[in-house]
Design a protein around this ligand. Structure first.
Ligand SMILES: [Zn+2]
Length: 139
């Protein structure tokens, strides 16, 4: 946005100017205004400091090794980027393994056999049998 002598430069115009993205008429208008406007000179300095800080932070981030969370996110992204049949096959195989492992415990009913049985016999020939079944607990 070109500025005239009496108008302040917009934030976008100052940013484009600092980033070298202004066209020639905008550069001329911004520079002409900056010559006479202390407010915009201050805003230009603040914008420049902001851009410098952002660039420094971005450079620092690129230099640091990825954190565990970033590494996991990256691996998950790579997994999701695989063609569908690959991870679908892996998921299906995991599902089959889980089903095979869990099927016996899910399909069998609680055992009817007692947990223990006691038979008492007296010398006179009396017999008493005691059977105790433990209730099956489900999770
Ligand atoms: Zn100004």
């Amino acid at each position: 946005m070109p500025t005239t002598y009496g108008q302040h430069a917009s934030d976008d115009a100052l940013e484009r100017y600092l980033l070298g993205e202004s066209d020639e008429p905008e550069v001329a208008a911004v520079e002409e205004h900056l010559l006479v406007c202390r407010t915009c000179q201050t805003r230009l300095e603040e914008t420049e400091a902001y851009i410098t800080a952002i660039r420094s932070a971005a450079k620092k981030l690129r230099a640091e090794p990825p954190t565990v969370g970033e590494e996991l996110r990256s691996r998950f992204s790579r997994l999701m980027a695989m063609p569908t049949p690959v991870w679908a096959t892996v998921a299906a195989a995991a599902l089959v393994i889980c089903a095979v492992a869990l099927a016996p415990s899910l399909l069998t009913r609680p055992s009817a056999t007692p947990a223990f049985a006691v038979t008492l016999e007296t010398p006179a020939g009396w017999t008493a049998k005691l059977k105790t079944a433990c209730p099956r607990t489900r999770r």
